[in-house]
Design a protein around this ligand. Structure first.
Ligand code: SF4
Length: 195
């Protein structure tokens, strides 16, 4: 099948992770991966982001499929269960808002800039080399460290579940996938009511 430009978005994901290693401010670009899927599903585009434009999903398919890094097993039932997907999504957004709160504390001068990346919401990895003392306010860097932590953590979880199960097993419980699915469902429901 003829390849389209959006079949290469996995390169964007790799670039994103790589550039954040050298300059943390590139982490801001990752907001696109939050906002675009929401905008597409709110505009009635359904799961088009997941089906076509998600670089992370493509990367997992590539690594697990073409490169054979996946065991190819079915993910366990609990991972697919509604309670787990919704709980994980809720947890993910609580962590997101906690990251915004930390950014606020740095903005208001209560807290110092933390030049580290927090992996799996627990482990602090030194990342000071990626901060170059910009002329920008420090909260901008704090947000970047926090957001990059989220992106790296979700990528790591995606890779672990790719290795253990099928390549796209992360998509089963991905918070963005769950959120866009909920948006699609509520739009379909309101469509039914209006019909
Ligand atoms: S479920 Fe998440 S990782 Fe998978 S394609 Fe959708 S947004 Fe990308």
């Amino acid at each position: 099948m003829k390849k389209r430009w959006y079949d290469y978005l996995w390169i964007f994901t790799l670039l994103y992770l790589g550039l954040g290693f050298f300059n943390i401010l590139f982490a801001w670009v990752g907001l696109l991966c939050f906002l675009i899927p929401l905008a597409i599903s709110l505009a009635g585009g359904g799961k088009a982001y997941c089906n076509r434009y998600c670089g992370r999903g493509q990367l997992l398919t590539l690594l697990g499929g073409r490169f054979g890094l996946s065991r190819g097993k079915n993910p366990p039932a609990f991972l697919r269960s509604r309670w787990f997907r919704y709980s994980f999504t809720a947890f993910f957004f609580v962590m997101f808002f906690q990251m915004l709160w930390t950014t606020w504390l740095v903005f208001s001068g209560v807290q110092e800039l933390g030049q580290f990346v927090k992996l799996l919401w627990t482990f602090r990895l030194p990342w000071h080399w990626a901060h170059h003392g910009t002329m920008l306010p420090r909260w901008i860097s704090q947000f970047a460290f926090g957001f990059y932590s989220l992106m790296l953590t979700s990528t790591l979880l995606g890779i672990i579940t790719m290795v253990l199960y099928k390549p796209r097993s992360w998509c089963v419980y991905c918070p963005m996938g769950t959120t866009t699915q909920l948006i699609c469902k509520s739009k379909a429901k309101s469509g039914d009511l209006n019909a």
